[in-house]
Ligand binder design. Structure first.
Ligand SMILES: [Zn+2]
Length: 158
C-alpha cells in the first residue's frame, strides 16, 4: 500500500491563501443556508485581515439589495472609516451580480476572487466592463463547493 507523504510535496508547504479565505466566505454562505437565505457568502480582506463579512439577507431584511457583497463592502468601509477599498480583496462564493459589480466599481477594490460562475445574473454574462479598470479578478476558487451549496438550495425549493 502506498502512503502519500505530504511533507514531500513542495506545494503542501505553500498554503493556497485564496482557498483559505474562500473557506471563510463558504462558512458565511452556509450560515445563509441555515437561515433559508440564498447561500452566498462574502468577505473583504486587507493586509491579511478580514475587515468585512456578509451573507445574503434579502429575505430577512426584505431588501433585494441585501446581497452578501453589499454587506461585506459596508462592513469593510465602516471598519476602515472610508468608502474606498483600494488595497482590499473581495472573496465571494458566487460571481457578483451587476449590482454588486457596480458597487465594487465605486469602492475601487483591488481584487475580486469568486468561486462559481453565475450563468444567469453574473456581471460577466451581462457586461465585463462593469468592474473598475484597476480591479483584477480570479475565478474558480473552490468552485465545486460554492456551486454545490446553490444547487442543493434550489433543489430543495422545488
Ligand atoms: Zn449581487
Amino acid at each position: 500500500m502506498k502512503i502519500y507523504n505530504f511533507e514531500d510535496d513542495p506545494l503542501a508547504a505553500v498554503p493556497n491563501i485564496d482557498e483559505q479565505y474562500m473557506q471563510e466566505a463558504l462558512k458565511l454562505a452556509k450560515r445563509a443556508l441555515a437561515e433559508d437565505e440564498i447561500p452566498i457568502g462574502a468577505i473583504v480582506v486587507a493586509n491579511g485581515k478580514i475587515i468585512g463579512k456578509g451573507y445574503n439577507l434579502t429575505e430577512k431584511l426584505n431588501d433585494v439589495t441585501a446581497h452578501a457583497e453589499m454587506q461585506a463592502f459596508t462592513a469593510a468601509a465602516n471598519f476602515l472609516g472610508g468608502k474606498y477599498l483600494k488595497d482590499c480583496t473581495l472573496y465571494v462564493t458566487i460571481e457578483p451580480c451587476v449590482m454588486c459589480a457596480g458597487a465594487s466599481y465605486w469602492t475601487q477594490i483591488s481584487k475580486i476572487v469568486y468561486g462559481a460562475k453565475e450563468p444567469k445574473r453574473g456581471y460577466s454574462t451581462i457586461h465585463d466592463k462593469i468592474l473598475h479598470p484597476k480591479t483584477t479578478v480570479i475565478s474558480g476558487v473552490l468552485e465545486e463547493q460554492c456551486k454545490e451549496l446553490m444547487t442543493s438550495f434550489f433543489k430543495n425549493k422545488r
